[in-house]
Design a protein around this ligand. Structure first.
Ligand code: FAD
Ligand code: NAP
Length: 863
């Protein structure tokens, strides 16, 4: 039973929860359900969290309120009716007060109480917490439901304490109504808070001056009654609707478009944008095109259409221009939903001060001085934002194992497992912590998911007599890397946003939330528990167990491609006829992005040992001559042509500034071993001999190839060395076939489910070479003599049956004294590195490859 200290705080409980917003309230509800003894602390004098503190005029949600509400109890939903599409702060606060009363939650909440410190006591296996009142409370589990946007940033402007007028902070707004009538008011900050309050303050103030450092994208909310279509869907099938939200990308059921901004015709672009603008919903405007979050060209289309709207609304051209965001891709800072924001600047008593032109010098006793002017004002409203996500967590002195504090551990950025826990801090849970979808989603859906996961976890721990849970460093590092991988394929890290910690001086620059989607995230959390708490160490009186591991190892876009392919339920290629397999490859090629532009592409023929061979030449736009690369395509010696690797060759040409000659050699089974190898060798000789005519720098030739083409490039190097020419500058072997031994561990580890399967590889070999021929170095270059070969760049992919033989070739070359650069493509499969513009995470690997190729050539000749 809970005991009270100072008549208010219990001394010992099962669980302490910090925060009484959406998160703390639902957490308490679920803990009680399990019969756990819990207490909630909040600095505030009532429930509500965000909706308790942010009482500024115009404060509303920016996710439609019917979605921004609890779903755990159908009766709660039935009994509560929202009055608007986007409810106001008082209405959302009233809802949370209703929740607290309805489930009798207040009796376990201590208001006006800040938790200031928490220390893990390993011997007792309990947390010791200290409150601002000096009370100590111990608990087995400690839940930080302290919010992502609950610690306002103190205005970091010179002279702020000197000012004698009224000062307001949007995130700490007074409870009594503030009347701006007859006053000259300054608002500093034009994020969501500023954009919401500016139109309302303008209604009262005699003069309003808005100090804007960075203009923000904003779209009209078109507020009104809750949307009838949503209400109808909920009425028809509440459970289905809520379940769809839980498995959606952002926490709201939405159709995801497959329209690309880059390829859509202009009328389709306009029509889609206009529909999203009229919808007045963030997820609609963030989803006009399927590629606007990753492709700068597509993003700029949406950005420019929003700027057109701003210019059409705002009368004064200079003001309109200053209000147009230009320094970040659309969506990479949280866009705003407004009600008459841009229109406000048409009012005669409202003025915009562009701090990029005339920065603030200081706040004075009477107002604000910029480099251009002094502004006397009666009140300043700071809408300057929050120390988001990590701020509320590290502002408490939390010390875990060996006394290490969270602040120290996260000095260079937060590290969590699933955003739920962090290694070294046993039994500490975070609700919507860093590296969880949190602020990129409808937060109520994410809050419920976290709390359900934690409640389920605590139940299982009790059933299994476990009293200590902690993520492992391996699992945590894997999740941090995955979260970063997800961000890196998007445009988000390009902005100086609070998502990146960029709004707080000195804060580490890392992308804080998880951008892989609510659905993908939920799946990962489920898999962790279903597979025996992967990545957690569990201890109890009966012993310890740990199923250590990394829950997501594939690059996120590679995983998406694999999911898509799995959903198509295609027949395995090795069950097809050769003709069907070739047709299938050609059909796939027709669907892919074309790759970058290069200076010129021409087709030609060159003499081969048994007739002409087709080739395609890619020339950089700059004046030549350029380094010259003979390239051999992939396809298991059976499939492909100079068409099949076209985007990759364009990319190689664009990145290296080299002329690429992509050779189409003879294919098996019509022409078995050694036809392809002989063709490749002859082609290399011809290309080297005709370097000048092809626009290349005469002299040593570079050879390159992917997969079976990598095999041919390696073979060409051995044949050229043995024959005394042509002279080879270097070899690029991308996920090459180097040996006919199909028994290497990567064949079993990666033999299924990663596009190139062990079975397909066997099919390729069977078509290409008779068993007895396969041992020859001309088929299995790993078995040849490697001394005296040209320098090599060998690229292996982590989830490729061929990764071991590629790695073995790199090692064997190095042992033979050949300079080798081995690039390991983490999270990639055999085919993903050549999927130019479709698998974005391949681009940095190709950049590294191109940079490594530069070392083959005397001086960099970039196009
Ligand atoms: P909070 O509501 O932030 O509650 C955390 C509580 O913890 C606070 O009351 C705080 O006082 C308390 N606390 C923190 N540290 C301590 C401590 N050490 N000791 C004691 N108490 C502590 N999200 C959306 O999805 N849709 C929206 O439309 C939306 N609109 C928003 C509008 C505004 C103005 C803001 C600021 C945020 C908005 N958000 C929105 C994000 C919003 O924060 C979440 O949706 C949600 O309210 C968070 O709930 P929470 O309980 O996790 O955290
Ligand atoms: P914010 O988006 O971080 O905006 C802060 C603003 O203050 C920015 O314009 C910033 O400029 C400016 N600023 C900060 N320090 C400044 C300084 N020293 N001098 C001049 N300008 C300065 O904060 P917010 O508006 O409070 O919103 C934070 C988040 O809360 C939102 O992104 C959203 O997630 C949530 N929110 C939602 C709603 C809603 O509509 N439901 C409303 C409010 C908040 P720079 O950009 O140049 O730094």
């Amino acid at each position: 039973m809970a005991m009270s200290v100072n008549g208010s705080a219990p001394a010992e409980v099962d669980v302490v929860v910090v925060g009484a917003g959406f998160s703390g309230l639902y957490m308490l509800y679920r803990l009680r359900e399990q019969g756990l003894d819990a207490v909630v602390f909040d600095e505030a004098s009532d429930v509500g969290g965000t909706w308790y503190w942010n009482r500024y005029p115009g404060a509303r949600c920016d996710v439609p309120t019917v979605d921004y509400a609890f779903s755990f109890d159908p009766r709660l939903e039935r009994d509560w009716t929202w009055s608007e599409k986007y409810a106001t702060q008082p209405e959302i606060l009233a809802y949370l007060q209703h929740v607290a009363d309805r489930y009798d939650l207040r009796r376990d909440i201590r208001f006006g109480t800040r938790v200031s410190a928490a220390a893990w006591d390993e011997a007792a296996r309990r947390w010791r917490l200290r409150t601002g009142h000096g009370d100590e409370v111990t608990c087995q589990y400690y839940v930080m439901a302290s919010g992502c946007l609950s610690l306002p940033k103190t205005p970091d402007i010179e002279g702020v304490d000197r000012y004698r007028g009224e000062v307001y902070l949007t995130g700490r707004w007074p409870h009594d109504r503030v009347d701006f009538s007859g006053k000259r008011v300054a608002v500093v900050g034009t994020g969501s808070s500023g954009i919401q309050c500016i139109p309302l303050i303008a209604r009262e103030a005699t003069r309003l001056t808005v100090f804007q450092r960075t203009p923000n994208f904003s779209v009209p909310a078109h507020n009104g009654p809750p949307p009838a279509d949503r209400l109808a869907r909920l009425a028809a099938d509440r459970d289905g609707y809520r379940e769809a939200a839980r498995w959606s990308r952002g926490g709201i059921p939405m159709e995801i478009t497959d329209v690309s901004g880059v390829t859509a015709p202009e009328d389709v672009r306009r029509q889609r944008f206009e529909a999203a603008w009229q919808a007045g919903e963030l997820f609609a405007i963030l989803g006009v095109f399927n590629d606007q979050g990753i492709n700068p060209v597509s993003n700029e289309l949406v950005a420019e259409m929003i700027r057109e709207k701003i210019r059409a609304i705002v009368g004064d051209a200079d003001t309109a221009d200053a209000l147009c965001p230009k320094d970040h891709p659309f969506g990479t800072k949280r866009p705003c939903l407004d009600s008459g924001y841009f229109e406000t600047f048409n009012l005669p008593h409202v003025r915009l001060v562009d701090l990029r032109r005339t920065p603030i010098v200081a706040i004075t006793e009477d107002g604000i001085d910029t480099t251009g002017e002094s502004f006397e004002v009666d009140a300043i409203v700071f809408a300057t934002g929050f120390d988001a996500m990590t701020g509320p967590l590290v502002s408490v002195s939390v010390s875990g194992m060996d006394g290490v504090t969270l602040k120290d551990k996260w000095e260079h950025g937060p590290a969590t497992y699933l955003g739920l826990m962090t290694a070294g801090f046993p039994n500490l849970f975070m609700i919507t912590g860093p590296q969880s979808p949190s602020v990129l989603s409808n937060m109520v859906v994410s809050i419920e998911q976290h709390i359900d996961w934690i409640a389920d976890c605590l139940r299982r721990l009790r059933e299994d007599k476990i009293d200590r849970i902690e993520p492992t460093p391996l699992a945590e590092a894997g999740w941090v890397r995955h979260s970063q991988d997800c961000a890196d394929i998007t445009l988000y890290p390009r902005a100086n946003s609070w998502y990146m910690g960029a709004n707080v001086p000195g804060k580490p620059r890392v992308f804080l939330p998880y951008i892989g989607g609510v659905d993908a995230y939920r799946r990962a959390c489920q898999e962790v528990t279903e597979n025996g708490f992967v990545g957690f160490r569990l201890d109890g009186p009966a012993g310890s167990r740990c199923n250590d591991g990394v829950i997501r190892r594939l690059q996120p876009d590679v995983a998406m491609v694999l999911d898509l392919m799995a959903s198509l339920e295609l027949p395995p290629m090795e069950t097809m006829s050769v003709a069907d397999a070739r047709a299938f490859i050609e059909a796939l090629a027709a669907e892919r992005p074309p790759g970058p532009d290069v200076g010129e592409i021409t087709d030609g023929v060159l003499p081969g040992p048994a007739g002409d061979l087709g080739y395609r030449l890619y020339r950089p736009p700059s004046a030549g001559p350029h380094p010259l690369i003979a390239y051999f395509h992939g396809g298991g010696w059976v499939l492909g042509s100079q068409d099949s690797d076209d985007p990759f060759c364009r990319d190689l040409c664009a990145r290296t500034g080299a002329v690429i000659v992509s050779v189409n050699y003879r294919h098996a089974p019509e022409h078995r071993f050694p036809a392809a190898a002989d063709d490749a060798f002859a082609a290399a000789g011809w290309i080297a001999a005709n370097a000048a005519a092809l626009g290349g720098i005469p002299g040593p030739l570079t050879v390159a190839g992917w997969s079976a083409g990598g095999n041919l490039a390696a073979v060409v190097c051995q044949l050229a060395r043995d024959a005394g020419g042509p002279e080879i500058a270097g070899q690029l072997l991308l996920t090459p076939v180097t040996d006919a031994d199909l028994g290497r561990p990567s064949y079993s580890a990666n033999g299924e489910g990663f596009v190139l399967t062990a079975a397909l590889m066997r099919w390729f070999w069977d078509h290409y070479a008779r068993e007895p021929d396969r041992a020859q170095p001309k088929a299995s270059p790993l078995r040849g003599t490697l001394a005296g070969l040209p320098p090599a760049v060998v690229v292996t992919a982590e989830f490729d049956p061929l990764s071991d033989e590629g790695g073995a070739y790199a090692e064997a070359l190095a042992s033979a004294g050949v300079p080798v650069r081995h690039i390991r493509a983490r999270g990639h499969v055999h085919t993903s590195l050549t999927m130019v513009d479709a698998v974005i995470s391949g681009a940095p690997v190709r950049a590294e490859m191109a940079e490594a190729l530069g070392s083959f050539w005397p001086e960099p000749v970039l196009g």
